[in-house]
Design a protein around this ligand. Structure first.
Ligand code: IPE
Ligand code: IPE
Ligand code: MG
Length: 241
């Protein structure tokens, strides 16, 4: 990707908090679900933008553990949209060598939906161009607690020697995925809302007021350009100091 004739640095892993669907709909006098429906179109666009520009991992926050507290109709509508997305996009994702991984606590989902997710993951497992990680019924704190519980039970077996950072990571939902380089949040709020708490320790943050249904490829490119200008120091002394 180029910007003003100059090559720009592409992050390997981009994570997005896709926020603002409800407000987008409200501004148009539409039901909230219409905003989520439009949001799915932008998710599709973001996936395409990612594999076309050499992003290797894209994590989309689609539904949080806290979002279960929304009205039943909205929750069911969002689940339905996930199912439609998986069904309709599968051939296209496969053709473009996209791998799929869904992270989160899927136990509250109907058995049928869980099966559909598994089938889609299985169908796309050979994908080697982009890994699409969909965070659904996901909470960062819940993920950490789940890891701790797993480690405690390993301890009971007496096999654990040293709980290092590296060892801890093995118990996250997707241990093989590197930490995000860039986290984008649309919709104007400047908070994490229980997204990838452990993984974003050194992630660059980008907040935009643009509501998710308005977040086109142009906007995505702007975020990447912004990222490209940053100096990541990871606690060390910067260049030229
Ligand atoms: C983000 O949009 C999508 C989900 C949380 C499922 P919102 O539905 O939170 O939209 P706003 O923040 O109310 O505008
Ligand atoms: C975060 O958005 C979750 C998703 C985008 C899926 P929310 O709308 O749920 O977050 P808060 O309530 O503004 O913190
Ligand atoms: Mg919101």
């Amino acid at each position: 990707m180029e910007s003003g004739g100059k090559k720009i640095k592409i992050p390997d892993h981009v994570a997005i908090i896709m926020d603002g669907n409800g407000r987008w709909a409200q501004l148009r006098g539409l039901p909230r679900l219409a905003g989520h429906r439009e949001g799915v179109k932008r998710a599709r666009e973001a996936v395409e933008f990612s594999y076309r520009n050499g992003i290797k991992y894209l994590t989309l926050f689609a539904f949080s553990t806290e979002n279960w507290q929304r009205p039943r109709e909205e929750v069911e509508g969002i689940i339905q949209l996930l199912r439609e997305y998986l069904r309709k996009e599968l051939p296209d994702l496969k053709e473009n060598r996209v791998k799929l991984k869904v992270i989160g606590d899927l136990t509250p989902l109907p058995e049928e939906v869980r099966r559909e997710i598994e089938t889609a993951e299985e169908e796309l497992k050979e994908g080697d161009r982009l890994t699409l990680i969909v965070a659904f019924s996901y909470g960062g704190r819940q993920e950490i607690i789940r890891a701790v519980k797993k480690i405690v039970s390993e301890c009971k077996n007496g096999t654990v020697q040293n709980i290092s950072e590296e060892y801890f990571r093995k118990f996250l939902f997707a241990p093989e995925i590197p930490d995000p380089d860039l986290l984008i949040r649309t919709g104007g709020e400047q908070r994490i809302s229980n997204f990838l708490l452990f993984q974003i320790a050194y992630t660059e943050l980008y907040f935009t007021k643009t509501l998710w249904p308005d977040f086109t490829s142009e906007e995505f490119k702007r975020a990447i350009e912004d990222y490209s200008r940053r100096e990541r120091r990871f606690g060390r002394v910067g260049k030229g100091k």
